[in-house]
Ligand binder design. Structure first.
Ligand code: CUA
Length: 172
């Protein structure tokens, strides 16, 4: 007969039954998250690169004039973004669909996050570090970049726009 290990901490069979249901649910939910992450190719950002957040404007890459979308020699795109209270700069970016895009993002002040619903772009932007994300957008359309880390009173209004244009029509 099944020897219930929960007996050691609980005498009531009904309580043990509910404890087991809770445990099984937790395991199922953790497994679903794992499957979802693998199936959707969600990865944690892998590079560790530091930067002085108070001096972004003095760096070459994150100076105001150098932000935005650039085409690399191999045809892929690089998007340089600054997150600062309360917005992402530049406030509107446009990229072609189905094209590899590398996002390079840095915070000018506090912890921010970036999340683009319906895509796999979501990461924290930690002051002092460059957040790098590689992705591509299969579906043309209008998307919003939202901040998803509470960063102050204007957090709810911290967002900007991403336009994904059909590959043939645009893309420089
Ligand atoms: Cu930036 Cu919340």
């Amino acid at each position: 007969m099944f020897n219930d290990p929960l007996k050691a901490i609980c005498d009531d069979p009904l309580e043990r039954k509910w404890a087991w249901i809770t445990l099984v649910l937790a395991v199922v939910m953790a497994a679903l998250l794992g499957i979802y992450a693998v199936a959707g190719n969600f990865n944690p950002p892998s590079n560790v690169e530091t930067i002085d957040s108070s001096r972004l404007h003095l760096t070459e890459e994150f100076a105001e004039d150098n932000l935005g979308v650039k085409t690399e020699p191999d045809g892929s795109l690089r998007v340089t973004l600054v997150a600062a209270r309360y917005g992402f700069y530049p406030e509107h970016i446009e990229v072609p669909a189905d094209t590899p895009v590398t996002f390079r993002m840095a915070s000018a002040d506090v912890l921010h996050g970036v999340h683009v619903p319906y895509t796999n772009l979501a990461t924290m932007i930690v002051p002092g570090y460059v957040s790098e994300v590689h992705t591509s957008f299969p579906k043309p359309g209008e998307y919003s970049l939202f901040c998803n880390e509470y960063c102050g009173l204007g957090h709810d209004h911290m967002w900007s726009r991403l336009t994904v244009v059909p590959k043939t029509a645009g893309g420089e």
